[in-house]
Design a protein around this ligand. Structure first.
Ligand code: F6R
Length: 239
């Protein structure tokens, strides 16, 4: 596990963008695992600003809210187009996100797992971390979930994400998320975390016991994880 600590979010985002573009320079046809949320937003902005070449890349996103169509401004499909895909030269046919409005959600999970199997191991997986230790929407529970699944979001996740909606009641209660297998078999993982609010969970995830009650703690078993954190988020971690 590599820990990179920066004075602020902008510096963290620039460094992550630099390492991300290095991946695409070394392997232009990389399979990239992507996350949404506040943590990677600055990195995406930097990637677009630097005109990084995505022409041969393929992407798979971690998750999507159940019931939000891709046109909804808070869907993750919309987020990705708005923050990255519409700003770079990616072939949008090679961008993949679970469909939250699929009639049969179980079928959709199977379809996504089949797709992941067909595409092979992810070259670089980007992650944020929830205040409760979730990665993707793999929420804390008594076992690690391997495959894509529908998840009931924890109340704390619903509350944390309410900042993007006009009211708490509008936040979807369920999501489809990639399971931990494709994340753990990614060749390389960058986890981005910023702000005081992430300090406690970073310590638990990376310096506490490996437990499904803190899903991100499984990353301690991965051979190539880099944490990009700002000083506030890293405050309680000791190395
Ligand atoms: C988003 C995702 C989530 C977020 C996490 C942190 O696709 O998978 O795990 O990474 O909830 O969100 P932010 O970055 O908004 O604090």
């Amino acid at each position: 596990m590599k820990f990179l600590v920066f004075s602020d979010y902008q510096k963290l985002s620039e460094a992550a963008a630099e390492q991300f573009s290095k991946q695409l320079r070394q392997k232009p046809d990389s399979l990239l695992g992507l996350a949404t949320g506040s943590s990677p937003e600055g990195m995406y902005r930097e990637l677009a600003k630097r005109k990084v070449d995505f022409s041969r890349a393929e992407t798979v996103n971690l998750d999507e809210y159940v019931s939000l169509p891709a046109t909804h401004s808070q869907s993750y499909a919309y987020f990705m187009r708005d923050k990255l895909f519409d700003l770079v030269n990616i072939d949008q046919k090679r961008t993949h996100i679970p469909c939250g409005t699929a009639k049969d959600l179980k079928e959709e999970c199977l379809r996504y797992d089949e797709l992941l199997k067909k595409l092979g191991h992810i070259d670089l997986q980007i992650l944020g971390i929830g205040h409760n230790g979730h990665i993707g929407f793999n929420e804390p529970q008594d076992h690690f979930e391997k495959n894509t699944h529908v998840v009931d979001l924890k109340q704390s996740t619903i509350e944390a994400n309410a900042r993007f909606f006009s009211s708490l009641g509008e936040v979807p209660r369920q999501a489809i998320t990639m399971g931990l297998y494709p994340i753990m078999t990614a060749k390389k993982i960058f986890l981005l975390a910023s702000g005081e609010g992430k300090a406690k969970i970073l310590k638990e995830a990376f310096f506490g016991p490996i437990t499904p009650f803190v899903p991100a703690s499984i990353l301690q078993l991965h051979p190539d994880v880099t944490l990009f954190a700002d000083e506030e988020a890293f405050r309680l971690c000791k190395i």
